[in-house]
Design a protein around this ligand. Sequence first.
Ligand SMILES: NC(=O)c1ccc[n+]([C@@H]2O[C@H](COP(=O)([O-])OP(=O)(O)OC[C@H]3O[C@@H](n4cnc5c(N)ncnc54)[C@H](O)[C@@H]3O)[C@@H](O)[C@H]2O)c1
Length: 354
Amino acid sequence: MTGGAGFIGANFVFNWSTATGDPVVTLDKLTYAGNLDNLRMVQERKEHLFVLGDIGDCALVGALLRQHHPKAVVNFAAESHVDRSIHGPEDFIQTNVVGTFHLLQEVRGYWEMLPAPERTRFRFLHVSTDEVYGSLNPDDPPFSESTTYAPNSPYSASKAASDHLVRAYHHTYGLPTLTTNCSNNYGPFQFPEKLIPLVILNAISGNPLPVYGDGMNVRDWLYVGDHCDAIRCVLEHGRPGETYNIGGRSERANIDVVRTVCRILDEIHPGSPTVPHEKLITFVKDRPGHDRRYAIDAAKIEKELGWRPKESFETGLRKTVQWYLDNQAWVRGVTTGEYRKWVELHYGAQHQPS
Ligand SMILES: NC(=O)c1ccc[n+]([C@@H]2O[C@H](COP(=O)([O-])OP(=O)(O)OC[C@H]3O[C@@H](n4cnc5c(N)ncnc54)[C@H](O)[C@@H]3O)[C@@H](O)[C@H]2O)c1
């Protein structure tokens, strides 16, 4: 797994090794978004090995492949935050495009040397996003696997480029690739620059809850555990060369997401400094190029592979809010210098978690 110390990667390493017992090597550069504490549930397991490094480091990746002889590579490593890509797109091009290219090159070299039966069974799974499809109008049908790519941010453009490279390595070299395009995730271990953890943490500290523009930007939301199950399902049963859209059939406007978090907190955390928490909602200037609506048609993975999400938005969100309340030590560990600088740059000093 690459990027396994990040939000989805860490959830996936735990999900995979619990379900299969297979050994896992996690390669991660530990950027601001990577955190070894996210892997605490698997670090003690003898079948898990953490390696600090960059997916763009060909010598390291090549050596790891030869040494550990994996039957699959799952690529989560990425710069993943749209707002950061607006302030500094360079890192996104380096990791998401150049890094994925180097990783593909090394994996291809390794795969070509495998004996025939292992070559056939090998998989390279690339984890991507619904943001590559661009923005929908309110009445447009949801994104399907045949929707034309139309990325609008440096983040989504860099992910789209990586998806195209993966596609090309299948068509040109025959590498058995799989690509998944998923909607917005939420759940344990998500870095609190993203909407749901940011709102939870600010609400329990009594700080303003920043909502972009009119709050009517719509996203489809999926609990991270359901995303991990879907990736495992695609890895085991997906057809090489195919892409699979993954989503929760849970379209929500941002303002409704924020209000739902507030209502859950009113109920399960009545000792907060500000109840009702909705009083903290503050509309802030919209970000440039903010896509209006994303929605996913997940019919292909549901019909072909039999995957379905287990959590509804309400049950998954309740679990998530409870997790952040129960894991304040983890929160304190990640809301340090770099994080505080980012919140101040983006929303101003009054939005700092205390
Ligand atoms: N979070 C979402 O809602 C969402 C939705 C759909 C798809 N995705 C995709 O899923 C993947 C994981 O997303 P996430 O939210 O867990 O991201 P994240 O930012 O939480 O984690 C990314 C991880 O990759 C590591 N990393 C970054 N650059 C690296 C490099 N050059 N080499 C090795 N490791 C590197 C980081 O240290 C971090 O641990 C990304 O590819 C993202 O595009 C995310």
